[in-house]
Write a protein that binds this ligand. Structure first.
Ligand code: DHB
Ligand code: FE
Length: 319
């Protein structure tokens, strides 16, 4: 069975990518930011995930104002870096995991979350910057396949935090019904507080960010009740990116071990936040899958039947 072993969140500030590409990482301004990820790179190297599911947002690179999927799952074999105006970043092409992605699409859609399936997509700084922060800058290839899940947080209306959290739970059910033994790490990216245009450009709210990080660890359900207006007011217009962290959190146990946290202000216009949450190791194996769903029993059994049939399809597919 595939298993989500941990969730990792990090900001995706594009200037971080530019600092890497222009070899400025040793400059004091940038060293302060990058040194906060040294331990995380070590954690990743030790954890050696087989697959990463990266929750991120596209900034009108792959999509546009003409086409705005709320949740779009990358099912392709590869995702080239997008040209965001200065040519594509010099990072390796992101390799996907089409078999697991197709399984997730089936499971999550039959679980009543209507994902958009994307079979061709370029990925922008929203994905490549967190990859750099957690894997460094590999020469030829990223160390593992990555399934991108793009979330609309650019055009109103973005999904609610609660919807994101519940999608995380559906993703977990999908992963845990995949028959191959795979160690999966889920990334939640974007944020923290920032506003990049308008009269409040430059807004950063460290107090609010830190309380978000505290609750992400200990009381994520509280975060699911934050309305969009509060994100906008407290964390700036682009602070809404933080709803993506709730997808990651929903995919984990209710109780997690916070193994690492980093927060610094600013990088470009943004507060940089980063957290590593592990599913409690002692509970693994005995854990109840998606234990206390509040759905009615009809919904539950319908989903169980759907998942069983997916499981059969997936088992056949890997034989
Ligand atoms: C900045 C941050 C973002 O998240 C983004 O998408 C673009 C710019 C910034 O801090 O400049
Ligand atoms: Fe952004």
């Amino acid at each position: 069975m595939a298993k989500i072993i941990a969730g990792i969140s990090s900001s995706h500030v594009p200037a971080i990518g530019a600092a890497i590409d222009n070899k400025q990482t040793e400059e004091p301004y940038w060293k302060r930011v990058f040194s906060g990820f040294d331990k995380s790179k070590q954690w990743m190297a030790e954890a050696k995930p087989d697959v990463v599911i990266a929750i991120y947002n596209d900034h009108a690179s792959a999509f546009s104002v003409e086409l705005i999927p709320t949740f779009a799952l990358g099912c392709a074999a590869e995702f080239p870096p997008a040209d965001e105006g200065w040519g594509p970043r010099p990072v390796p092409v992101v390799k996907g995991h089409p078999a697991l992605a197709a399984h997730i699409a089936q499971s999550v859609i039959l679980d009543e979350f209507d994902l958009t399936i994307v079979n061709k997509m370029e990925v922008d700084h929203g994905l490549t910057v967190p990859m750099n922060l957690l894997f460094g800058q590999p020469k030829d290839a990223w160390p593992c396949p990555v399934i991108p899940l793009a979330v609309n947080v650019v055009m109103y209306p973005p999904p609610t935090g609660h919807r994101c959290y519940m999608l995380g739970k559906a993703l977990r059910r999908a992963v845990e019904s995949y028959p191959e033994d795979l160690k999966v790490v889920i990334f939640g990216t974007g944020g923290l507080s920032h506003q990049i245009s308008g009269p409040r450009a430059g807004l950063i709210n460290s107090k609010w960010d830190k309380s978000f990080l505290d609750n992400l660890s200990k009381d994520p359900k509280k975060l699911t009740r934050i309305p969009h207006l509060e994100y906008m007011r407290e964390a700036g217009a682009e602070g809404i990116e933080m709803v993506m962290w709730l997808i990651m959190r929903g995919a984990l146990d209710d109780k997690v071990d916070e193994v690492y946290r980093f927060y610094t202000v600013p990088a470009s216009n943004t507060a940089v936040g980063h957290i590593i949450l592990e599913n409690a190791r002692k509970a693994s194996g005995t854990r109840k899958v998606a234990g206390k769903s509040k759905r009615g029993s009809a919904g539950k059994s319908r989903q169980a039947a759907a998942r069983k049939s997916i499981h059969r399809i997936a088992s056949k597919g890997t034989r």
